[in-house]
Design a protein around this ligand. Structure first.
Ligand code: CDP
Ligand code: MG
Length: 693
């Protein structure tokens, strides 16, 4: 027995037993509260088991009898899918059977599904068909503290539904930080008594280590708050002495310093987006090649929305022996996704946030300083299993200057999609809708104007029929919905369907390995047309399904992303089904000819022009004019826009264009998926929006 080798004789269990999670001790209490009160607010550290365990407890306690389903909403698609995979594994079923998920354009559920993870936006959409969400016995709004736009709207809608289903619907709000009282107060509304003045703050109650339902000082019947005191180890927080010039470089440097100077333990680095993450992963790989072969190795991994399922799985796997894992993540690892084994956190202090400028009508994703609440949450990621360290790549003075909490998305977003949905749900008076935080009037007005110009609302701000109602039902944003619905009158519905599917891929159509960029550009040119990106995307799709026979070889030969192309086929089919439900038939015969680089003419009319006119009828609010220096200005002026390097309009001449979306990278604002149009079309299709001055 002397040379009993521990590591040779034991295999680590695949999963930490769920019974050892902090939430397990609260099981009875939780079930009691959910049984007793319409609303239960669950506050607990990330990793305590809220997302993965609560739905299983509920299922076992009988909340799915008589065929009812438990819904768990997530603000992010990636979280919905990874968590469903995990819970299915724990339950021992295939994803899509008892445990499934549903995100836009991807429904992995079946008649057998009892626990369903879905995005909060999708649940809102379901309310259009099933206004009381009657198939659900329990709806858990997860990650509510993030206050995503859809979460906020969903909360308001659920409050209304609860009034109609006071006895058979249960709502659980789960939140990683301490906004619990706000949520409870919101649901209590005018029915219950106001909070008693002697109420302890939640903070005080939690530090007392209370384990039962907290007497929140709310005597009402509406709900209760329960805190799962997840064990937290101390985390040392370190600041920079002077600000970093480039936080990506600094993050890479810090990771190497940790790797060479600090004891074992994985590293989690918060960056803002995919490009930064890819850069950092690349930099680590290069520098890792110079490590001494016998020294501990380092394995960089990316984590962001849009990773393939296999890529996601690496994140959760233990690193190979003698290897330190370093995960470069977007904000998604702040609370939505828990990774075990993290001992070091590197916090760059930035996050990409949506920001909508009502003056220019442009919504951007901009790297923005985080809030203090975020910084605390990020640091906490290092103390889940042992005492950890958090390296903040900013000064302590900068930390002090951060705002306390992030501004809810509803106060800084384009509200047109949300207002369209609320109207479709029969909520006409937006100003009187019960929002947990009201949106600024300016944003509401701007959204109403846009919807009016698109023809979705009439002079009385009522949803038009059928255009407005159909726009709300289509699973694409209002400008694209309008484009699709006006396509029949331009005789190009089949083509616009394809364009809608292709633009929804978010720029992942072409794909190249290292050092093949030139070849990819050459391949892309084969599909390119003078008019711009939309028709080019159309050509790519046509070639893929005809010449390419939807095969991976064609994609490989043409530097196309096979997965993305396959997704486009599926999205297109789903959109087509919607339109057919509206009684619109899609004539596919015209589009079987790929017509590469030749002008498309049908029945004497220039098909390409019809497509561009149709796009203008939906995207007139995204119009811009090229300036002598090659940049663009949008109509409202002000904003300097650059054609994205992936666009055909990059370094080309144009006059007026419309674009699909705006992206911000560093200090520049880029437009992606750009097509040439004629100025007069703007006045023709959006006379109110472009009142001739
Ligand atoms: O929702 P909450 O943050 O409270 O915790 P959870 O997501 O339910 O996670 C509970 C445990 O499951 C944690 O230890 C996670 O690390 C683990 N987990 C995992 O290993 N893989 C996943 N895909 C999800 C959770
Ligand atoms: Mg969770």
């Amino acid at each position: 027995m002397a040379d009993f080798d521990l590591s040779a004789n034991f295999i680590p269990s695949l999963h930490k037993p769920a019974s050892l999670l902090p939430i397990a001790r609260h099981r009875q209490n939780l079930l009691y509260l959910i049984e007793t009160f319409p609303v239960t607010i669950v506050v607990g550290q990330t990793g305590s088991g809220k997302t993965t365990q609560i739905p299983q407890y509920l299922e076992q306690a009988g909340w799915c009898s008589d065929g009812k389903v438990i819904a768990v909403t997530q603000p992010r698609r990636v979280a919905a899918t990874t968590v469903a995979v995990r819970v299915a594994e724990e339950v021992g079923c295939e994803v899509g059977k008892e445990v499934g998920y549903s995100i836009r354009f991807e429904d992995v559920t079946s008649a057998a599904t009892r626990i369903k993870f879905l995005t909060d936006g999708l649940l809102l959409r379901e309310a259009l068909v099933d206004p009381l969400l009657s198939r659900y016995s329990v709806i858990m709004v997860d990650e509510a503290h993030e206050r995503s736009l859809s979460t906020d709207v969903l909360l308001g809608v659920l409050k209304k539904i609860l009034k109609r289903r006071p006895n058979d619907l249960r709502i659980i709000i789960s939140s990683a930080t301490l906004q619990a009282e706000d949520f409870l107060r919101f649901f209590m509304g005018d029915e219950d008594s106001q909070p008693k003045s002697n109420a302890l703050s939640l903070d005080e109650l939690i530090s007392q280590g209370s384990s039962g339902p907290i007497d929140d000082g709310f005597g009402g019947k509406t709900g209760r708050i329960i805190s799962l005191e997840g064990r937290m180890y101390p985390v040392d927080v370190l600041y920079l002495e002077s600000p970093a010039e480039n936080y990506v470089d600094k993050a890479v440097q810090t990771v190497f310093d940790i790797h060479t100077k600090e004891p074992d333990g994985d590293i989690l680095v918060f960056l803002t987006g995919r490009e930064e993450i890819d850069t950092a992963v690349q930099a680590i790989s290069e520098r890792a090649a110079n490590l001494h072969p016998r020294a501990q190795q380092i394995m960089p991994l990316p984590l962001y929305a849009g990773l393939s399922t296999e890529q996601q799985m690496y994140i959760f796997e233990e690193a190979p022996e003698n290897t330190r894992k370093v995960i470069f993540s977007t904000n998604i690892a702040e609370a939505s996704i828990t990774i075990d084994g993290i001992l070091y956190v590197v916090d760059t202090g930035f996050v990409k946030l949506r920001a909508y400028n009502p003056l220019t009508g442009i919504e951007t994703l901009t790297a923005t300083p985080i809030s203090k609440a975020s910084a605390t949450q990020r640091a906490g990621r290092a103390g889940r299993t042992k005492p950890g360290k958090c390296f903040r790549l900013y000064t302590e003075a900068s930390y002090q200057a951060l705002s306390e909490a992030t501004i809810p998305e509803i106060q800084r977003s384009n509200l047109a999609p949300v207002i369209l949905q609320l109207k479709a749900l029969g909520i006409d008076n937006i100003a009187r809708f019960d929002f947990i935080t009201s949106p600024p009037a300016e944003l509401v007005i701007r959204a109403l104007e846009l919807l009016y110009s698109l023809g979705a609302l009439d002079d009385y701000a009522k949803l038009t029929k059928p255009l407005g109602t159909r726009m709300a039902e289509l699973a694409v944003e209002p400008m694209m919905a309008k484009t699709l619905l006006s396509a029949p009158s331009f005789g190009c519905l089949s083509e616009i369907l394809t364009i809608a599917a292709m633009t929804s891929l978010g720029g992942n159509v072409f794909f190249h390995h290292d050092g093949e960029k030139k070849k990819m550009e050459t391949a892309r040119r084969k599909f390119a047309v003078e008019e711009g990106d939309h028709i080019t995307l159309l050509n790519v799709y046509q070639a893929f399904i005809t010449k390419g026979q939807k095969g991976s070889k064609f994609c490989h030969d043409n530097f196309l992303n096979f997965k993305a192309m396959t997704r486009a086929v599926s999205i297109r089919a789903q959109l087509k089904r919607y339109l057919e439900r509206f009684g619109l038939s899609v004539d596919e015969t015209l589009s079987s000819n790929p017509n590469l680089q030749k002008p498309l003419t049908v029945g004497g009319k220039d098909k390409g022009e019809q497509i561009r006119r149709c796009l203008t009828s939906g995207f007139f609010a995204h119009a811009a004019k090229m300036q002598p220096d090659g940049t663009f200005r949008n109509v409202a002026g002000g904003t300097v826009l650059h054609a994205h390097p992936s666009s055909l309009m990059f370094n080309r001449k144009a006059d007026w264009v419309i674009f699909h979306e705006v992206m911000e990278t560093g200090t520049k604002t880029f437009i992606r998926d750009v097509t040439k149009i004629e100025k007069r079309w703007l006045v023709e299709y959006a006379p109110d929006f472009y009142k001739i001055s």
